[in-house]
Design a protein around this ligand. Structure first.
Ligand SMILES: [Zn+2]
Length: 410
């Protein structure tokens, strides 16, 4: 067997292509494999698939392939153009690489496999690629995956915001709550950020959306109302976001009361801030006992805390009528509690209530799944090399999008 046939075998080169010659440069650690094709071969037009004669060749191109015997291996070929009676001269699809790539499909598949498990830096080092090359492979993988994502129905969505690097640089993320994957990422948390998601859906996909969980964040509400028919019945404000608001109110009551008590030499509330935030069931037995005494006292903070817990009990209902009844009872108590921070939150909840009660029907929150959150943490952790937000967005799709990333071979 000749060297060139051996290489064709190893590299998986098929008719009409064959290996013309192999140049070995041991000093550079590089093998250059020169490919050519049978004279008179016919080429499918990339538009219509008709087998056409050769029109001409484009200038020599090179593709990095999997290393052979630890030698950097480069395929070299002049890409042919087909001469279609209908479409004219078109560059044909090559069996070893996707259009526009400087790598063979097998090499890209290897890089993608590594990128799933290791940082971009590690992959760049291991495969001797530049940052730009690693990013290009990752971006092409994501583009391919997003194109392949069929126009499949997604019924329950969670819209979440994530901050990234140094505080207040926000991203909007839309999660598929049923399949635990990120559907969409955009910079900022404006109406426009979310508009981009809705406009990426087909009319059928929009029809299929039954419920959307989100924080009480007006830009997201506006965008959803503008794009989703009957959105009033489908928006579900996140119950943890409501709990957070009520906890803030409890803490405001506590701070004020603590100040007054300390002036009288009573420091029962000092240093208890986090006790009021934690669930008693998650406390150490001794702490729980101590906290129970505080909770059962006639302190204002204790009343505020009980009101918060009573509102959260609303989310335990399974039927709307008793849930609404519970809420009306709660609202009356909250606004008459003479606890100003609680009364203010109660008024906010009333304004938003029709999209809080939707929880009883849909039972969703916008919290991304643990697996998505841990992957996002990992992306952030390995993100030191990200020079721009586009790389971050690409990495989120790459790791959390549940996409089919691999290049196709012909
Ligand atoms: Zn054609």
């Amino acid at each position: 067997m000749q060297d060139s046939d051996l290489y064709a075998e190893i590299l998986g080169i098929r008719e009409p292509w064959r290996v013309e010659r192999v140049d070995l440069d041991l000093k550079e650690g590089e093998v250059n494999v020169h490919l050519t094709h049978a004279v008179g071969a016919l080429w499918p037009c990339p538009e219509c698939g008709t087998l056409c004669p050769l029109y001409d060749h484009q200038p020599l191109r090179r593709w990095r392939h999997l290393d052979t015997c630890q030698l950097r291996t480069i395929l070299n070929a002049d890409p042919p153009r087909s001469n279609c009676p209908q479409h004219g001269a078109r560059t044909v699809k090559l069996p070893w690489a996707e259009a526009g790539s400087r790598f063979t499909a097998l090499f890209e598949a290897l890089a993608i496999d590594w990128l799933r498990a290791a940082s971009q830096q590690a992959v760049a080092d291991r495969l001797s690629l530049s940052w730009d090359e690693v990013h290009a492979i990752q971006e092409r993988a994501v583009k391919r995956g997003l194109e392949r994502r069929k126009a499949e129905p997604v019924t329950r969505l969670g819209i979440d915001e994530k901050s990234f690097t140094r505080g207040h640089h926000y991203f909007t993320m839309v999660n598929d709550l049923d399949r635990s994957r990120v559907l969409f990422v955009a910079e900022h948390r404006t109406t426009e950020s979310l508009d981009g998601f809705w406009s990426s859906l087909t009319a059928e996909q929009i029809d299929a959306v039954q419920a959307v969980a989100m924080d009480m964040w007006d830009p997201y509400v506006t965008s959803t109302l503008n794009h989703l028919p009957d959105a009033q019945r489908k928006i579900v404000f996140d119950k943890f976001h409501i709990a957070k608001h009520l906890s803030e109110a409890v803490d405001q009551v506590r701070r004020r009361e603590n100040k007054l008590l300390r002036e009288q030499g009573d420091d029962r509330l000092a240093g208890t801030r986090y006790d009021w935030l934690r669930h008693p069931a998650r406390m150490e037995p001794d702490d729980r006992k101590e906290f129970a005494a505080l909770r059962n006292s006639n302190l204002k903070t204790a009343r505020a805390w009980a009101l918060k817990e009573a509102m959260m009990a609303f989310f335990e209902y399974f039927y709307e009528r008793p849930a609404r009844k519970h809420y009306r009872w709660w609202h009356n108590r909250a606004v008459r509690s003479r606890l100003k921070p609680i009364a203010e939150k109660a008024r906010m909840i009333r304004r938003r209530f029709e999209n809080i009660v939707t929880y009883i029907r849909h039972r969703i929150t916008n919290a991304a799944s643990e697996s998505i959150n841990s992957k996002i943490q990992w992306v952030k952790y390995t993100a030191r090399g990200f020079r721009n937000t586009r790389n971050f967005v690409t990495a989120i799709y790459f790791h959390c999008g549940g996409l089919d990333l691999m290049p196709s071979t012909h």
